[in-house]
Design a protein around this ligand. Sequence first.
Ligand code: UTP
Length: 292
Amino acid sequence: MVRKAVLPVAGLGTRFLPATKIIAKEMLPVVDKPAIQYIVEEVARAGVEDVLLVTGMGKSSMEDHFDRRLDLEAALAAKGKDEELALVRGLSELVTMHAVRQHEPLGLGHAILQAAGHVAEDESFVCCLGDDFLHPESDFVERMVEAHERTGRPVIALMEVPDDQVHLYGAAAVEPTDRDGEFRVTHMVEKPDPGTQPSNLIMVGRYVLPGSVFGYIRDTPPGRGGEIQITDALQAMAAEEPIIGLKLDVDRYDTGDKLGYLQATVQLAAMRDDLGPDFLAWLRGWLAEHDG
Ligand code: UTP
């Protein structure tokens, strides 16, 4: 059973400056919830009960967000704002939250290694990146956990992108299996030079990993950008234990990027019963006026 999740959220967020000078990018709201809350809700839906945030300097607001806030709760109770009170209090009941610090942002592999004191070598865990935002009702992580429990293999999420974008990501070479959308990953490479990519399937920020991954990360030297890359550790792992790739079939946005953040916000606002009709009416009017 997979009961733990590790959420590395210690990155600097340089693509979203100046907003992220003081505020963690994972705390930027998509409509009215911080991006990290959608992810915690997503893993809770997949059966996770215990979440470890791998945080860094200036990121402690995330721990506060999932804690009780007694003065606010008392004020809401006194005003009879029961709905808001339930929203605020419910946050501390979603999962058991823990945090560990990554003292220096030495790479995603290094961030995941900080969980080694919390997850045993013979335990499996879900790992989700704070700025990879999946459709909020998605059951994709549940399906990754199911694939892991069925096969006993590490499972990574893959997404198809146009050829000219592959060099921005970690890319995977794959072989088909007898299941639709499920692959055997034979090889991975972080940000391949244009023209050398193994496929146009890139790795996105959802993983179900066995605790044995920590050993592979410890043996991984700094790679691209001088950072300890999870892709390099998984590449070493793939040589010894087959890795499964599941192709993403739900909307995904990179909310650490300004355009992706805007797209996620607009899509979610448009989908909401309380906001969607008014928001779309305004947007259509604005577009009609500005497109001539
Ligand atoms: P990114 O590549 O998005 O890096 O990291 P970043 O520093 O957060 O953002 P930019 O590119 O400067 O804007 C992918 C994920 O890995 C985490 C980040 O928090 C993000 O969720 N990460 C990355 C760490 O936790 N520690 C690291 O050392 C690097």
